[in-house]
Design a protein around this ligand. Structure first.
Ligand SMILES: *[C@@H]1O[C@H](CO)[C@@H](O)[C@H](O)[C@H]1NC(C)=O
Length: 520
């Protein structure tokens, strides 16, 4: 082959490479490319920024957290109307030290306590030297037994999430006001990246809603930070203030519970559940006590909902997870506890997809409906993380009631607790609001599902005479189902097309007459 002929190989090489594209590995989560080219347009460095709310130890205590680039105490002026910002709460201030070279270093926290349940409040944050934020307003969660409680639930939400602004719109404009937004771990990807600048950017982007609706968080694996070989959750512990924890939060207070309306919400840190460690033991002790306490108050909070970043059950997908295995350490320590204490639903994220189980215990389905469930229901709502990775389902276990992993549909969950017996969970595409899934749970007798152990299924079968006669199917019996062909056909057709075109070009350019005309 003559040297100028070699150039003809280029289209061919290009064609072959383009064919390989669909099979090349996709990006993994956690490797965010710097986007700091964006101009930082903070005019005044003393101005309070990243203002966000969370609930304190009870649902009528609201905590305000914000950042500033200069130190000094700030404050929140608040009241029932703009003309009446009569109350004031001054802030405690901490300075970020670790991985924070590019961050607004000073974090402030002010508590607004004993507010009127259901009350409407207006507030403004003041920084040092008289700088003032815009005026914001929020509603304290109500305590009216006959009004539904409405929450928004997401997980695995970061700056790359395409529909972030639609989510903001949803939170602010849904016809029934959201009382809180729950974000079950993996926040921003990651709060400490780019010297903390990425965390700042994320908190600024979501301020539109977090300054108006309490933003309740749960730590995930992306909130861990490795410092001197030790996980410290440093940014997470400083940037957020959650119930029942000191502030900055300590590693042994990254779990909490709070009653809102009819529901006892529990948030756990699935990164520290190993009973072989002090932290794990401490959390499990706390959880055991909290659950039994919650069961003494089921008359008032009949629903018990637990949130934790990592799932207990999941299908098989691209990334192997412990939740798709026959034994999982998290399931080992939590499942009996949940069964014995009658946890109604466990919400998680971590896997970037949406999955919902039938009522399930030890891998066995107790019923294929949600009328008086006899075991907890498991839900994964991680589909806001598609831009980091798509966890396409690759197995179809018996316990799976519904699943979705469509990259074009970033999903959020809306949880409506109607009353003591009825709960509605629906899942929507953030940018179109299309409803993708809906689940009505009717529970007329809240409480323990029974004595945990291997005999639970059989004893339930006798006691309730399960009519469907469900097979005793352990969860790990899964169909090794490949993802359906139609998921990929477009890419394959496109590659084939490009390949044929380049082959054609190659052959065409090789033709002697063509070469003569082109003087190659
Ligand atoms: C609870 O709410 C559901 C849905 O709105 C309603 O159908 C049901 O009658 C209510 N039950 C009670 C006991 O109020």
């Amino acid at each position: 082959m003559r040297s100028n002929e070699k150039t003809l190989l280029l289209p061919l090489v290009f064609g072959v490479l383009s064919c390989l594209c669909p099979v090349l590995p996709k990006t993994r989560p956690g490797h965010f490319i710097s986007r700091r080219a964006l101009v930082n347009q903070d005019q005044d460095s003393s101005l309070p920024e990243q203002i966000h709310l969370s609930l304190g130890s009870q649902s009528n205590d609201v905590t305000v957290v914000w950042s500033s680039s200069v130190g000094g105490q700030g404050s929140v002026d608040y009241g029932t109307s703009l003309d009446n910002l009569a109350s004031k709460s001054t802030s405690s201030v901490v300075q970020l030290g670790q991985n924070s070279e590019q961050a607004a270093r000073f974090i402030h926290r002010a508590e607004l306590k004993n507010l009127e349940p259901g009350g409407h409040y207006v507030y403004r944050v003041s920084g040092v030297s008289g700088s003032k934020s815009d005026v914001f307003a929020f509603d304290v969660p109500h305590q009216q037994p006959h009004r539904p409680d409405v929450f928004l639930v997401v997980a695995d939400l970061g700056l790359r999430t395409k529909s972030l602004q639609f989510l903001v719109h949803e939170v602010l404009n849904y016809k029934d006001k959201y009382e809180a937004v729950f974000h079950i771990g993996d926040i921003a990807y990651n709060l400490d990246y780019e010297g903390g600048n990425l965390g700042d950017e994320y908190m600024k982007r979501i301020q539109k809603f977090t300054s108006r609706v309490p933003y309740m968080t749960t730590p995930g694996d992306h909130e861990r930070e490795m410092t001197q070989g030790k996980d410290t959750f440093y940014h997470y512990r400083h940037r957020f203030s959650m119930p029942n924890a000191p502030w900055p939060m300590t590693e042994d207070s990254l779990w909490y519970s709070i009653n809102i309306g009819h529901t006892h919400f529990i948030s756990i840190n699935t990164e520290s559940l190993d009973p072989g460690t002090d932290l794990g033991m401490k959390q499990l002790d706390w959880l055991t006590r909290d659950l039994s306490e919650a069961n003494r108050h089921r008359e008032f909070q009949p629903w018990i909902i637990v949130m934790g970043h990592k799932p207990m059950y999941c299908t098989k997908s691209v990334m192997e997870q412990l939740c798709d295995k026959e034994t999982s350490p998290i399931r080992d320590v939590l499942e009996d506890l949940f069964y014995e204490n009658g946890v109604d639903v466990y919400f998680s994220g971590h896997k970037h997809c949406y999955e919902r189980s039938w009522p399930l215990y030890k891998g066995r389905v107790f019923q294929k409906n949600y009328i008086n469930p006899m075991a907890p229901v498991y839900v994964i709502i991680g589909s806001m993380g598609y831009e980091y990775l798509v966890d396409l389902q690759k197995s179809d276990p018996y316990w799976l009631a519904f699943a979705s992993a469509d990259r074009s549909k970033e999903l959020f969950g809306r949880l409506i607790v109607h009353n003591s017996t009825s709960l509605l969970w629906s899942v929507h595409v953030a940018n179109t609001n299309e409803e993708v899934d809906k689940l009505f749970v009717i529970q007329k007798s809240h409480g323990s599902f029974g004595t945990p152990g291997p005999g639970a299924f059989e004893s339930k079968q006798e006691e309730k005479s399960i009519k469907d006669n469900l097979p005793l199917e352990p969860f790990y019996v899964v169909d090794g189902r490949e993802p359906p062909w139609h998921f990929q056909y477009r890419q394959i057709l496109l590659s084939l097309f490009v390949f044929c075109m380049s082959l054609f070009l190659f052959l065409f350019l090789r033709h002697s007459r063509v070469r003569k005309i082109l003087r190659l």
